[in-house]
Write a protein that binds this ligand. Structure first.
Ligand SMILES: [Zn+2]
Length: 376
């Protein structure tokens, strides 16, 4: 493995360590583009499938003029191909997406450098939303979901990442003998009895928070008077949309159960292919990209970047990955670009809202390109 020049690693380091929402978009474009150009070039040299992809379907890094020019990889490619830029001996962990209904999960190889960056990047983002203080942490999930190992699910990675802000960790759910999850009311009530009066932190997957905590607490008429609680949740709205629960309703009823402000209910958007790169709601309910990453929202048919106010497919760019070609990933989610540098919350850069998950046809040409690379 050739050594990367110190400067791009140092730049990523500075971006992770610095303020997360302070760079105006134009300046951010310039800084990130320099890093991504160099990183993609290096990954292409050691990941033949990615090199082939850049040759056949992309453009050479030196010709990229904006972040939108970085060739994007459809997220499904990580399900079909094991895309790695490091030898097996350097992989410290493999991240897996949860595989639903017979789908193959994504496999993301993580080396030491990338793991270290992901952890600190997530901590740096959350610090801007939670402050530096550690808090008693109630995970709205079962302890088994966060168990450590050589592989880690999206759920486990998020539970552990948020756990960096914990003074002590507690679990609100337990596994039933049938393998389902149920609320552990004695544990939950004990947690709130001890800690409701102080700043606390809760995290869970959106659907679990709703079906195993909020709805069940409402049935029991429970309210916890935790006025300084912050609840982070993640994992998408698809299942809740099917139950006709809006984001507004989710925030209001969850806040009512906890006894906090609806503004303390924070949705964050992230994916296993980009651990550490998360997009947390600001007080205005919008999502901003952190300093080391960005989003481009693209028109579904032409893949041109959308104008402000327009909806499209969300692309996530990140400078964190060094062990796999995850620099520019086209998701299967739809969002709307709301503005640039002028969110009422004061944070700079582009800001957007997630709207829904989309079912899209996979980019066949891309798969064929990797398949050829694999045969060699
Ligand atoms: Zn904002």
């Amino acid at each position: 493995m050739p050594h990367e020049p110190l400067d791009i690693d140092q730049q990523v380091e500075d971006l992770i360590r610095g303020p997360q929402y302070a760079l105006p978009q134009a300046e951010k474009d310039r800084v990130l583009l320099d890093v991504l150009r160099e990183r993609c070039h290096k990954i292409a040299l050691v990941c033949p499938a990615y090199g082939r992809f850049l040759d056949r379907l992309g453009t050479p890094p030196e010709t990229w003029r904006s972040l939108a020019d970085v060739p994007l990889l459809p997220v499904a490619m990580f399900k079909h191909f094991f895309l790695t830029a490091v030898p097996p001996s350097e992989i410290v962990r493999e991240l897996h997406s949860s595989s639903t209904s017979g789908q193959r999960p994504s496999r993301i190889p993580i080396d030491k450098t990338t793991a270290f960056r992901q952890t600190r990047a997530l901590a740096s983002i959350l610090k801007e939303h939670l402050g530096g203080q550690r808090r008693p942490y109630l995970v709205l999930d079962a302890a088994e979901s966060a168990a450590a190992g050589d592989t880690l699910s999206a759920r486990g990675a998020a539970i552990r990442g948020v756990g960096n802000f914990a003074s002590q960790t507690f679990f609100a759910l337990r596994k039933t003998p049938e393998g389902d999850l149920e609320s552990d009311w004695p544990a939950i009530e004990d947690f709130f009895r001890k800690y409701a009066a102080q700043p606390i932190l809760l995290f869970g997957f959106t659907f679990m928070v709703w079906t195993r905590f909020v709805e069940r607490a409402e049935e029991r008429n429970l309210q916890f008077n935790a006025s300084q609680a912050i609840l982070l949740h993640s994992g998408g709205w698809k299942k809740l949309a099917a139950r006709a629960v809006s984001k507004e309703q989710f925030n209001r009823r969850t806040a009512a159960v906890l006894g906090c402000s609806p503004e303390a209910i924070l949705d964050f958007y992230g994916m296993i292919e980009q651990v550490g790169t998360v997009f947390v709601d600001c007080a205005s309910g919008n999502k901003h990209a952190p300093a080391f990453a960005d989003v481009v929202i693209r028109r579904p048919h032409t893949l041109e970047p959308v104008a402000v106010g327009e909806a499209g497919i969300i692309e996530v760019l990140s400078t964190l990955p060094a062990s796999y070609p995850g620099q520019a990933i086209l998701t299967e989610d739809q969002g709307v670009l709301l503005g640039v540098d002028d969110c009422p919350c004061g944070r700079k850069g582009s800001y957007f809202r997630f709207t829904k998950r989309i079912e899209q046809a996979e980019a066949r040409g891309c798969g064929d390109t990797f398949a050829q690379a694999r045969e060699i």
